[in-house]
Design a protein around this ligand. Sequence first.
Ligand SMILES: *[C@@H]1O[C@H](CO)[C@@H](O)[C@H](O)[C@H]1NC(C)=O
Ligand SMILES: *[C@@H]1O[C@H](CO)[C@@H](O)[C@H](O)[C@H]1NC(C)=O
Ligand SMILES: *[C@@H]1O[C@H](CO)[C@@H](O)[C@H](O)[C@H]1NC(C)=O
Ligand SMILES: *[C@@H]1O[C@H](CO)[C@@H](O)[C@H](O)[C@H]1NC(C)=O
Length: 281
Amino acid sequence: MSKQCYGIFFGILLTIAGVFGQDTSAQPVRDLYVAVGSEVNIPCFGGEELEWRVNRSALTTGPVLHLRNVSLEDTGVYTCHGLNGDISDQISLHPGYAPSPPVVHCWAPSYPQKAFCSWVQKPDTLLPTQYLVTYRPLQPSDYGYASILFTLQPHILNITAINALGTATGFMQFILEDIVKPDPPVNLTITASSAKRATVEWTPPPSWPDTVHFPLKYTVRYYWDQQQTDHTLGPYELPRITITGLRSGRTYKIQVSAEDLLDQGSRSEWSDPVSLAVPSS
Ligand SMILES: *[C@@H]1O[C@H](CO)[C@@H](O)[C@H](O)[C@H]1NC(C)=O
Ligand SMILES: *[C@@H]1O[C@H](CO)[C@@H](O)[C@H](O)[C@H]1NC(C)=O
Ligand SMILES: *[C@@H]1O[C@H](CO)[C@@H](O)[C@H](O)[C@H]1NC(C)=O
Ligand SMILES: *[C@@H]1O[C@H](CO)[C@@H](O)[C@H](O)[C@H]1NC(C)=O
């Protein structure tokens, strides 16, 4: 079978935490990012006789604000004031966490053209965090061959999370063939041809670019009310089958899933179930 050569493209699904807006009052607000549980000393860039307020409520006095064990409840705008009450300094305190390594997951629903990678960051850092994505062949020895055999060559995708408290890198190493996972087939239709038989048809996942050079095979499953176990049929290479032996009075639910014909990667999720009610005789 002819394996064509395509460039690899990563569509990256990413969320970057919002950037904090600036306060528009006269004194610029300094953003201060601190680790939950840490101890901080916040100096006031201002006069000598000083009062600290948090969210406009009086807190303490002195030139340096000391927080012994920062918790999320300490979030707020801290101001220090001179004798006349004017604001000498304004600090927006953001307690949060240094990033942990992002957990990366890549899959290829449009083999061999595209892979998608997403990642999760747990726990949430609660701070503005940026993600740096790098991706390369594992052994960049000979790019001439690499471009021809890229579907067979190991690649590594790194995601580095960066915020004010630290950085952490998570990665996924993969061979494109191994992460093939089609989207589910669509437009499942059922046509009853007699009281006991029905024809089920569907359309290959629209995201799969080339069913001629990279054919799919399908598995069908059905189950009915009050029945926990399902029946699976297949795999089939054509997008249609006839189910026989249906019983009157039952309502069947039917789903289909797609998989690369050569067993690369894994099977798609099941399509949304479609019902078939067989009338009571
Ligand atoms: C800091 O506060 C947390 C939560 O209130 C508490 O569990 C922890 O023991 C405290 N640590 C110190 C060093 O006081
Ligand atoms: C300050 O106000 C913010 C926003 O209303 C609130 O989330 C925070 O808990 C307050 N901080 C303190 C220390 O009262
Ligand atoms: C990705 O991360 C691995 C492991 O941390 C590291 O060895 C490698 O150099 C990184 N690659 C890139 C392209 O940043
Ligand atoms: C699925 O069916 C809808 C409605 O009949 C149609 O508009 C759509 O093009 C079909 N999708 C595919 C991939 O055949």
